[in-house]
Design a binder for this molecule. Structure first.
Ligand SMILES: [Cu+2]
Length: 166
């Protein structure tokens, strides 16, 4: 009887420890392990490839045509590395936009998650150029990066598409 109890206790303890270890390791294995599962659960995106016909250009007009926006990255855009971007903002007729308030947002539409960091515009560099710091992508696939730009009476949003290897 005692041996039986010991066996049951050992099994129970093993199960509990396994669960705890799994929970503790979630931040590490999460992106790799959960994402194929998450995207697989969404019927529309079960094949996990980006929709065809996405515009991957690094320069285009904002949604309502208020601004012309382009970006460059100081370093090649690869996953799991922090990047600094320079965002260039012009009015529709090509005048540099000074002292805009710019909010950064983004994520993976097919995975339903945002950016792992909270990138921010940290400096106005002059001539319509803004430094964006803290840009990071934690996995390969299709990403959207959005900038909400407010300057004087103007407000508009621009969205860039990226596909990253990973
Ligand atoms: Cu993802």
């Amino acid at each position: 009887m005692q041996k039986y109890l010991k066996t049951v206790l050992t099994i129970a303890l093993t199960v509990v420890i396994t669960i705890i270890v799994f929970i503790l390791l979630m931040p590490v294995i999460g992106p790799r392990f959960m994402h194929p599962l998450m995207s697989g659960n969404m019927p529309m995106h079960s094949n996990n490839s980006a929709p065809s016909g996405l515009d991957y250009s690094t320069e285009h007009a904002s949604e309502n045509g208020q601004f012309k926006v382009s970006f460059t990255s100081e370093t090649p855009i690869v996953i799991n590395k922090m990047h600094s971007w320079t965002l260039h903002v012009e009015t529709a007729d090509g005048q540099p936009v000074e002292n805009a308030t710019i909010l950064v947002d983004g994520g993976m539409p097919q995975h339903g998650h945002g950016l792992p960091t909270a990138p921010q515009v940290t400096e106005y560099l002059g001539n319509g150029d803004y430094r964006v710091e803290g840009m990071k992508f934690q996995m390969g696939g299709w990403w959207e990066v959005r900038f909400d730009i407010t300057a004087g009476d103007l407000n508009d949003t621009v969205t860039f598409n990226l596909t990253l290897e990973g």
